[in-house]
Structures are given as structure tokens and as C-alpha cells.
Design a protein around this ligand. Structure first.
Ligand code: ADP
Ligand code: MG
Length: 295
């Protein structure tokens, strides 16, 4: 028998390195007319590096002590920022102490008990709510001014320093954004939990005008719902636990597979297995071609 067009398209998508989970998904991909892209791990490579280690003077900690504490708390996390911090500690030959009571808040950060003390690592905007004027805020702002992702380290609730982290843009990011804009006839949207400065800089480099920064997982869902209420069929592309609700809420969700979290991969309708962002517009085109044959 000749293979039905949607099944051929799934096989074709597989050859491009994209796992499309069903014929229904293959069909829906071609219907999208708006796109919301995540930043870290989606438009960027997802292998960030620690570029700055800034203990606060009042903490009395050395750079290595600050990094060791952060790496310990991040050790159980699968977030790309967590891996960057643990790798930085390993590269410096630091031994990372074991932790208890690990917990993570998607889009915010992590917390754990290290040698009886509570270490929190995460977004300055989330962790510094009631400490306006704290020197930690100035250090974080300084790093964000250089377009780093700044993460704050708190010891027993007190800020003790910040780390600056940077990730490279994917080589194909700008071309992919342009291709998705042409295919859908709508300017793509950036939805990120990162700080507005780092987000705006990257958006400028890839040609995205509509930037939503500092978002929690439910804020990403709200951005998708607003578009869908305006009659759009939204494609969400993301990689993190924090993207899972938006991937589920979207008309179609695609997860980046290599550095993507298990939850994102399970929730998404399709998975980019070969880690090439340019395959996203390619599968939209495959779907449209198949649908012309079906109808
Ligand atoms: P994006 O939406 O761009 O993929 P995330 O929502 O995953 O980014 O992260 C948003 C922000 O939350 C980060 O910039 C960081 O400040 C903080 N954050 C999230 N997870 C962690 C973590 N494991 N360690 C430290 N900070 C984190
Ligand atoms: Mg991400």
C-alpha cells in the first residue's frame, strides 16, 4: 500500500530529526499562524557557561566558596543554568558537598540544605522581592547590564553573592525566526523567564520585536491564551520544565530534545531530536504539503 500523506510526512520529519508523536499532530503543525519561542535552550544552545563569580564583601566568602555552595544546591537540578554552575565548580576542582531537602521552583530557582544551612540559588527578581537597596541588587543589575543571566545565591535567607552566566545564540536562530515569521505571516514572540535586559539584547540579535521577559510558567500560558483568544493557532517551542504548561496549552508544542527536560519532552506534541532549530519551520512546511495531498 502507498503510505497516507500524513504518515509519509511523519517519516520525513523523522529524517529531519524531528519526532512527531501522531498523525493528528502532523496535521496541526501546518495550521499554526503564530509562534512563541522560549529563550534559554531554545534560541540559545542550552550549554551556558559561568562568566562571573561575585561574592558580596559582607559575606566574607571567597569566589570558590560561593561557587561551591551554589553548585551543591544546583547539583540535583536538570536546568541548563544548574549544569553550568556544577560544571564551573568541577572545572575548578572543587568538591561539591551533598545536599538534603532539594526543591526547585520552575522559572525561579532552587533551594537545598547544605551542611545544615539553607542555600537558595535563582532569579534576582524572584529572590530579592523585599530587599530593595540591598547591595546584591546592584551586583545583579551590573551583570544584567552586560547582558548576562544573573543568578543570586542566598545563605539562610541572606544574599551572599551573584553569578553571571552566558549562553551562545544558536547559529540558525535568526534565520529560523525569519522563516517562522514568513510561514505564519506573524512576527514571532519571545517568552522567557530571564531578565528583560538579557532578553531584549538576544531578541534584537534574532529579529524579534515582541519580548515578554521575567515570566513564570503560568505567565507563558497566559501569553499563549491571549493569542488563541484573538483567534490564533499558536506554536510554542521550548525546552524547560517551565515551558511545559505553555507547551500543553498551545495549539501545537515542540520541545528541544537534547538539553530539554523530561517533562517538556513528554508534554510536547513533537520533539526536535537532532538539536537543529531550523527543523521547526521545516516540519511546518512538511505538514502543509501533506495536508494539501489529504484534502
Ligand atoms: P527561559 O524561560 O528563558 O528558558 P527559565 O524560566 O528556565 O528561562 O529561567 C528563568 C530564570 O529563573 C533564570 O534566568 C534564572 O534567573 C531562574 N532560574 C530558573 N531555574 C534556575 C536554576 N536551576 N538555578 C538558578 N536560577 C534558575
Ligand atoms: Mg528554556
Amino acid at each position: 500500500a502507498t503510505m497516507p500523506p500524513l504518515l509519509s510526512a511523519i517519516a520525513n520529519a523523522g529524517r529531519h530529526g524531528v519526532l512527531v508523536k501522531s498523525a493528528v499532530v502532523m496535521e496541526r503543525l501546518g495550521q499554526v499562524d503564530a509562534v512563541a519561542l522560549d529563550k534559554t535552550g531554545t534560541l540559545t544552545e542550552g550549554t551556558p557557561r559561568v562568566t562571573d563569580i561575585r561574592p558580596l564583601a559582607a559575606s566574607g566568602l571567597s569566589e570558590e566558596e560561593l561557587l561551591r555552595l551554589a553548585a551543591a544546591a544546583e547539583h540535583p537540578s536538570e536546568h541548563p543554568l544548574a549544569r553550568a554552575i556544577v560544571d564551573a565548580a568541577r572545572t575548578r576542582g572543587l568538591d561539591v558537598p551533598p545536599v538534603e531537602d532539594f526543591s526547585s521552583a520552575p522559572g525561579s530557582g532552587v533551594s537545598a540544605t547544605v551542611a545544615g544551612r539553607t542555600v537558595a540559588v535563582g532569579s534576582p527578581a524572584r529572590l530579592l522581592d523585599d530587599t530593595a537597596g540591598h547591595p546584591a541588587r546592584a551586583v545583579a543589575a551590573d551583570l544584567e547590564e552586560e547582558c548576562r543571566t544573573a543568578v543570586l545565591v542566598l545563605l539562610d535567607g541572606t544574599p551572599v553573592g551573584a553569578l553571571g552566566i552566558a549562553d551562545r545564540l544558536r547559529a540558525e536562530a535568526a534565520a529560523t525566526v525569519a522563516a517562522l515569521g514568513r510561514l505564519t505571516g506573524t512576527a514571532p514572540l519571545l517568552v522567557t523567564g530571564d531578565n528583560p535586559r538579557a532578553a531584549a539584547r538576544l531578541a534584537g540579535e534574532v529579529g524579534i520585536a515582541d519580548v515578554r521577559a521575567g515570566l513564570l510558567p503560568q505567565d507563558k500560558v497566559r501569553a499563549v491564551r491571549e493569542l488563541e483568544q484573538a483567534g490564533r493557532k499558536v506554536l510554542v517551542v521550548g525546552d524547560g520544565v517551565n515551558d511545559a504548561p505553555a507547551l500543553a496549552a498551545a495549539h501545537t508544542g515542540i520541545a528541544m530534545g537534547r538539553a530539554g527536560s523530561d517533562l517538556a519532552l513528554e508534554t510536547a506534541d513533537a520533539v526536535v531530536v537532532r538539536d537543529e532549530l531550523a527543523t521547526v519551520p521545516a516540519v511546518v512546511r512538511l505538514s502543509r504539503r501533506a495536508r494539501r495531498l489529504v484534502v
